[in-house]
Design a protein around this ligand. Structure first.
Ligand code: NAD
Ligand code: MG
Length: 391
């Protein structure tokens, strides 16, 4: 029996995790499930998986969750502190699937119990990579990457020596606009950016895929998780999304990881790790697929990739500033306040300003510094947006 807790169980990754657990309930003891405003779904999940505790991130959702679970014996809690406290309930395996920087603290708290943290929340590594990895080492915890590219790299590295690794290539579908003329991107709408050609994911990561902010985050995630230099990490556009990543070794070999675009593979790998267990994803028919295509990831079309290179170069607090500014710019795009291409322009300007005014390099990251930078970058993004200096 594995005791599991899922942070963000009502989201896209969370639902896929619940799906795998619900198929083999005899193997899992569900401790905590957490969600946001979708309390009806959270309550449904908690009842069907017989969880000990259900937590909503929002205080004003407490009464609804309490009512939905009354008479079930399932405990209920609400708020940011309750969310982090949920990590102290004894479990062996935690899924970190909250979206955004809000996922950082609960995951960190779980690591301090020396457990397994299946990490879908890429923002944790982007904002606080060196700190997160050091905490995992300090407390003897294991982080398993759940982003499909990073799970693929992790699998390609089993039994290998990092010293023999020459490069890591992560693939990108190219998102919703990969075949659009460059000028048309200026007027791309929210609905157009929210439709992914290959993957079914939450809205925020889907828009980040169209802008390649998602791939930009994943380049940084690769550097932080695998501890490789930025110049060894590449992104390539692969429209079919069947190869998720490749690792190149010093003898010229490239190990590629293939699988269907279904997140239950990466989640299932982490759930069964260190073993492999059956996962109900489609099996690829290569003869049917016929061919796989690749094209360069063009930094003119995808300025987010260039920004990611700068962030990897600067290190320190630049990842926290980058992520927070990106989240604020994405909020503004979703709210219809700025255009699709303005997101990268705005983030670029914010990072330049913060670098000039405050300096973003820093030798030793602490959680306080990360959270303060996150706050400052969000505020600076809002201020610069109001100055209408984006274009
Ligand atoms: P989602 O929006 O579908 O779900 C997010 C979850 O977090 C929900 O349970 C929601 O209630 C909760 N949540 C939202 N705001 C919160 C807050 N402020 N505090 C606490 N909880 C909050 O997101 P998703 O697509 O499942 O992505 C989750 C994470 O996994 C993200 O970091 C994303 O980048 C990463 N990821 C997702 C996919 C995918 O296929 N969806 C693939 C790779 C990585
Ligand atoms: Mg990914």
């Amino acid at each position: 029996m594995r005791k599991v807790t899922i942070f963000g169980s009502t989201g896209s990754i969370g639902e896929n995790t619940v799906d795998l657990i619900a198929r083999a309930p005899e193997h899992y003891d569900v401790v905590v499930l957490t969600g946001g405003r979708n309390v009806a779904r959270l309550a449904e999940q908690a009842i069907s998986l017989n969880a000990e505790l259900a937590v909503t991130a929002f205080d004003d959702c407490y009464d609804d969750l309490k009512a939905a679970l009354s008479g079930t014996g399932i405990e209920v809690a609400a708020g940011v502190a309750a969310l982090a406290d949920a990590a102290d309930r004894k479990a062996d395996w935690f899924m970190s699937a909250i979206v955004g920087a809000a996922g950082l603290v609960p995951g960190l708290r779980a690591l301090r119990h020396g457990t397994i943290l299946a990490l879908a929340n890429k923002e944790s590594l982007v904002t606080a990579g060196p700190y997160l990895m050091a905490e995992a080492r300090k407390y003897g915890a294991t982080i398993l990457p759940v982003d499909s590219e990073h799970s693929a790299v992790f699998q390609a590295l089993v039994g290998e020596d990092m010293k023999a690794v020459e490069r890591i290539i992560i693939t990108a579908s190219g998102g919703a606009f990969r075949d659009w003329p460059l000028q048309a991107l200026e007027t791309a709408t929210l609905a157009e950016a929210s439709a992914h050609p290959n993957w079914d994911m939450g809205q925020r990561i889907t828009i980040d895929s169209a802008s390649m902010f998602n791939k930009a985050m994943e380049l940084i995630e690769t550097k932080e998780f695998f501890g490789v230099d930025a110049d060894k990490i590449e992104a390539v556009v692969h429209p079919e999304s069947l190869i998720h990543a490749l690792v190149g070794f010093n003898d010229g070999a490239l190990m590629a990881h293939l699988g269907p675009p279904d997140m239950r593979h990466a989640i299932g790998y982490a759930l069964h790790w260190p073993d492999r267990g059956h996962v109900p994803v489609a099996r690829l028919d290569l003869a049917q697929i016929g061919s796989l295509n690749f094209r360069p990831a063009d930094e003119d079309r995808y300025p987010a990739l260039r920004i990611a290179r700068d962030v990897m170069q600067t290190g320190g607090l630049s990842g926290a500033a980058f992520n927070a500014s990106k989240e604020a710019a994405l909020d503004a795009f979703i709210a219809g306040k700025i255009g699709f291409q303005d997101m990268a322009r705005l983030v670029d300007k914010v990072l330049n300003r913060l670098q000039q005014r405050n300096g973003l390099s820093c030798d030793i990251l602490t959680l306080d510094k990360v959270l303060a930078t996150d706050h400052l970058a969000r505020k600076t993004t809002q201020d610069m947006m109001q100055d209408a200096t984006v274009r």
